[in-house]
Design a protein around this ligand. Structure first.
Ligand code: NI
Length: 185
């Protein structure tokens, strides 16, 4: 029933730079078992999202959630849009469409760059469409932090890691230090 905890590959691995293949059959045994393993992995780690290439599967599959609250002051959650957060969501072959020109800046981290954070520009509002684990199409609208997480995870499927999107490299550093600076009175 439960999957395996998969190893996350760090930045530098060539697979993280590749554009991933679309999933032809979401119900295929290997896709369903990858989904199960990714679910087990994110629950074990306690993170917010994971893309298949991070576990060496070069296919367009992502899992993410948006938490209701966080103790990390770097993450500017936007509960005005998702007061309850967003539950764990599996996306197969996701597609993003920006809904406006508005760009917001926010801190991001990534399991493939442990211990680091960077400030990244993202579309504030998007519409996204994906196949769920049953292979059915779903469409959602997202704003703020929810939109940011979706854009971050989908970037992985095109071989893009968040440092490639940082505008000012001065806004890149170690999480522990960035949080310490934020918490200073
Ligand atoms: Ni990531």
């Amino acid at each position: 029933m439960t999957g395996r905890v998969l190893q996350i590959v760090p930045m530098g691995n060539p697979l993280l730079k590749e554009s991933c293949k679309s999933v032809e059959d979401p119900l295929a045994v290997e896709i369903q078992s990858l989904i199960k393993d990714m679910e087990t992995t994110v629950e074990y780690i306690g993170c917010s999202g994971l893309a298949a290439p991070q576990v060496l599967a070069p296919v367009r599959v992502v899992i993410f959630r948006v938490m209701k609250t966080t103790t990390n002051p770097a993450y500017q959650l936007t509960p005005e849009y998702d007061p309850e957060g967003v539950p764990w969501t599996i996306m197969i072959n996701p597609k993003i469409m920006p809904l406006s020109e508005e760009i917001t800046m926010g801190w991001e981290g990534c399991l493939s760059l442990p211990g680091l954070l960077g400030k990244v520009p993202r579309h504030h509002s998007i519409q996204y469409t994906y196949l769920n684990r049953q292979g059915e199409e779903e469409t959602r609208i997202a704003h703020g932090f929810h939109a940011r997480v979706v854009q971050h995870e989908c970037d992985h499927l095109d071989g893009i890691l968040y440092p490639q999107r940082i505008k000012n490299m001065a806004d890149f550093g170690f999480k522990e230090e960035i949080i310490k600076q934020m918490e200073r009175p």
